[in-house]
Ligand binder design. Structure first.
Ligand SMILES: [Zn+2]
Length: 276
């Protein structure tokens, strides 16, 4: 499933591919425009110059000259990229922006959980009101992370998955960041000390930066995005294998319905409540 690293990868690739002017919006599968009427997107996007690309959490953004932004939610399998031939769109293309200069931006989505909507730029703060800070932004500091976790007695691992606290950390990257920072996944989030916050901040930024780089490297050879086991993970899905730091076996338990992988030595103090 595409997470922040894959969305970031797509945005950087789109920037490399350049901008253009949308000549036509082709909706190849009904229902791909989310909760908006199907006509809204073509009406507002056709004829508009693309001014840039962006990302908010796991959404890819296409910015238009008419002060509107197209938001692509990737769902379970979405992938947006530029193709050279608009007459030969990839098999699972659900929606495409044909470009006056030739070619198209294709939104491929085999499982069709994604959608494409358009919003006035002025409405974007409201559209994204429920989202926490962006960990790859320069404005993401240890103080911002501390504020996001402050006041919570919930265990830190599930809280890191809460997109209203901080965006972009899926189950893999939350576990990896906590291992790097040597913090127990069951530690109360609001009780982390300043040193732990600094370590966690560094780990979150580092893990996501590395994940973006891994996505670039892996897609040089693979046609699709790599599974987690192809990436350089330290704990995720490594139950029973030696910790890369201390050689103790990595353990797994279920936390808030998700598997949590951790090192019992490097992340000491992990208090597992059995049976949940
Ligand atoms: Zn260890």
């Amino acid at each position: 499933m595409p997470e922040l690293p894959e969305a970031e990868y797509m945005v950087r690739r789109l920037r490399e591919s350049g901008t253009g002017t949308i000549s036509q919006v082709k909706v190849l599968r009904p229902g791909m425009t989310g909760d908006q009427p199907a006509r809204r997107l073509p009406r507002l996007a056709a004829g508009q110059a693309i001014t840039g690309y962006g990302r908010r959490a796991k959404s890819v953004l296409i910015q238009l000259a008419n002060a509107h932004t197209i938001r692509i939610r990737l769902g379970m399998s979405g992938h947006v990229y530029r193709v050279a031939d608009a007459a030969a769109l990839p098999k699972h293309t659900r929606l495409a922006f044909l470009l006056r200069e030739g070619g198209a931006l294709a939104f491929e989505d085999a499982r069709t959980f994604g959608d494409v909507t358009i919003h006035a730029d002025a409405d974007l703060p409201q559209v994204f009101a429920d989202l926490g800070p962006e960990p790859l932004d320069a404005s993401f500091t240890p103080a911002v992370l501390a504020q996001a976790l402050a006041g919570s007695r919930a265990p830190v691992k599930p809280l890191l998955l809460d997109q209203s606290r901080v965006v972009g950390l899926g189950n893999i990257w939350a576990a990896e960041a906590l291992w790097q920072a040597r913090i127990s996944p069951t530690a109360p989030a609001g009780a982390l000390n300043p040193k732990q916050i600094r370590a966690l901040h560094k780990a979150v930024v580092g893990v996501l930066t590395q994940a973006v780089a891994n996505t670039f490297r892996a897609t040089e050879t693979a046609a699709d995005f790599p599974e987690a086991d192809l990436l350089a993970v330290a704990v995720y899905q490594r139950e029973g294998q030696p910790c890369r730091r201390c050689r103790k076996s990595i353990e797994r338990f279920v936390q808030a319905g998700r598997s949590t992988f951790y090192c019992p030595v490097c992340q000491s103090g992990t208090a597992i409540v059995k049976g949940i």
